[in-house]
Design a protein around this ligand. Sequence first.
Ligand code: ADP
Ligand code: ZN
Length: 525
Amino acid sequence: RTLPSPGLEAEKYRVLKEAFGFEAFRPGQERVIDALLAGRDVLAVMPTGAGKSLCYQVPALVMGGLAIVISPLIALMQDQVAGLLLDGVQAEAIHSAKTREENVASWRRVASGEAKLLYLAPERLMTGRMLSALSRLPVSLIAIDEAHCISQWGHSFRAEYLALGNAHEALPRARLVALTATADETTQADILQKLFSGRAEKFVAGFDRPNISIAVQDKRDVGQAIESYVKARPGMSGVVYRLSRKKVDETTARLQAAGVKALAYHAGMDAGDRATAQEAFLAEPGVVMVATVAFGMGIDKSDVRFVLHGDAPGSLEAYYQEIGRAGRDGEPAEALMFYGLEDIRTRRRFIDEEDSAPERKRMEAQRLDALVGFCETTACRRQTLLSYFGETSGPCGNCDTCLDPPEVIDGTEEARLLLQLIAATGERFGAAHIVALAVGHLSETVEARGHSSLPGFGNGADRPAAEWRAIIRQLVSAGAVAVEAGAYGGLTITSRGARVLEGVDRITIAKPKPKSRERRRMAAE
Ligand code: ADP
Ligand code: ZN
């Protein structure tokens, strides 16, 4: 696989983050983008919702010049242009639902170089006038969306698409990318032939990596948990992701003291040390890389046996990308994430403190909700993850919830106790304090605030604190409780929470398990 030049490579990530506000590419996106940036033509088959648009939008901005996007539906064009303008990317559409004057104005912005992307219906592009006008502009990329429409084999053949077969000839300097969500092998071959005369790279992104087992666990004494996990896998290569440089250093020291061949990797180290660590990881067997997300880009090591998240990742996109570094040889590999409320709080704070538009913050908050939903799901984890990327699948049989299905019980009473305590303390305190109140623990804060006299104090003493923490997380995931971004991660009651408190809404929770599989296994070892 040829990679784009280092300059384009860096630019690609900058555009992803600055123009679109995303932290990581989704599965499949990067390969398509890399191929285009390296000068090749691409046919990409990816499920709906996978993020096909970004596959040409990022190269469009990285390459410069004008990108033409062919789309069969006016509504789709309008959505896309509106979305790009929101992101501050100049885009135009020329189509029959606009007045002549509007189209002329759009064309002017295209011709002046102001617009970076131009959306067109297929029949518009292939007119003699349009082609000759475009041939005087620096067209760098032609993206053909819903490319299956060119094939009579496909389920929605459109005669207007047939003419696109000459697009390459008409604008020979432009790279060509065709995208579709629905093309079986016959249709794919047909698209390749008609649009590319057979000369293009084909990427079919199924997102599943069935050899990677997936598990999420409650985060308790994470230093110890990481140490036990890694020690139980002697001689295996693995990556341990931690959120901060400080945690990376602490974890590395702890693992080294325990006799593990652990190396640190983060952006605070000097380039030489980083390169040495990376080379050792690639060359020597059994090295465990303890790293921030700075590690991994472009790392191609086939026999990584586990990816451990000591802290929750930034999003499901980041998570997928990070666990995807395990098991590239197809042999069994493991992905385990430790996750707790403090992770959500930290992530909320990141979003809050970031200097970005409210619209973007809302999107990031939604992505965080999706991550929390994944962590708290009682359904198959892989199914949950893949469906986030638009791929439908059945239960996988290789994740913690499949192997040890959580029982779901009515948790309304438990929820109401917690909600009462949150309300009674003014929706200011974090999970630790609320849990202390539930179990009747006389902590310093409880004493100082005189909270032991609150109604409900100690009413949950029959459950261990860990179970109450798990229930709080599920309330967050169910949208009944929100975690504030502030330093204390104060819990507040949402409108759904209020309905539960009033007894109009019920809450189901996973029946707490005495011990997770992993801990049982570790205890047995
Ligand atoms: P498709 O055309 O494949 O159906 P879209 O291009 O419409 O998918 O993208 C689906 C959604 O995924 C959009 O909301 C988009 O913003 C989001 N998305 C795409 N790429 C990323 C990414 N790398 N990180 C986060 N969200 C992404
Ligand atoms: Zn599963």
